[in-house]
Design a protein around this ligand. Structure first.
Ligand SMILES: Cc1cc2nc3c(=O)[nH]c(=O)nc-3n(C[C@H](O)[C@H](O)[C@H](O)COP(=O)(O)O)c2cc1C
Length: 187
């Protein structure tokens, strides 16, 4: 699939089948993150690949703030996580780098049929302890990965940006229209 179609297809998924992901596929995701643009080419980001003790990490994650039952149940949880950390000795403002690295991860994963959810709402203190993260490092975001067990579609934005689940369990994600987001030549 070409990049444009892949980007149109990508939606956040929060329910996953329990089929294991090949380590080499996750490493490909991290490799494309490694090659993402980096401010001043400082490259402050590092990645913790987690495929074991998944319950411990799941405990530290919060899901789908707009939904009542948006979190994956047992048997639907991610089968891997990539935790993005930044070395604060190199940079204390790695936010743009993080965004660019993440999109590479999401698209590389999707091309391999692997779905994802970015997790910003994390219990960072617990993760620092569980994963033995040194004090010079900051936890940026986590990416939950797994083969999809949910469908998610783009909805035309009307009044509300909140995503919602229909009766069939399909997730609907309102997106603003292109014409409402473009200013041609001047504002
Ligand atoms: C910086 C960032 C943090 C996010 N944190 C969470 C989170 O903690 N939990 C969650 O369920 N989804 C999280 N998401 C996923 C968003 O809810 C999702 O991207 C948004 O609803 C749009 O859906 P889409 O990815 O399908 O376009 C996060 C996304 C971003 C970009």
């Amino acid at each position: 699939m070409n990049t444009y179609k892949l980007i149109l297809k990508r939606r956040t998924i929060r329910k996953f089948s329990q089929k294991e992901i090949k380590k080499s596929d996750i490493l490909s995701c991290i490799n494309t993150a490694r090659l993402a643009p980096s401010s001043a080419n400082l490259q402050p980001l590092e990645y913790i690949l987690i495929t074991k003790n998944l319950d411990r990490v799941f405990e530290c994650t919060n899901w789908a703030g707009y939904l009542k039952n948006g979190a994956p149940k047992t048997g639907e949880r991610p089968t891997a996580y990539i935790l993005i950390i930044s070395n604060t000795k190199i940079s204390t403002n790695a936010k743009y780098d993080v965004g660019l690295a993440i999109e590479n991860i999401l698209l590389t994963a999707l091309e391999k049929g692997i779905a994802s959810c970015i997790i910003g709402s994390l219990n960072r203190d617990k993760l620092i302890k569980y994963l033995n993260i040194p004090k010079d490092y900051m936890i940026e975001l986590a990416i939950a990965l797994g083969y999809p067990k949910q469908k998610s579609v783009e909805d035309k934005f009307k009044k509300d940006i909140k995503y919602w689940l229909d009766k069939k369990g399909i997730l609907h994600v309102p997106k603003r229209r292109l014409k409402d987001m473009i200013h041609k030549e001047i504002f």
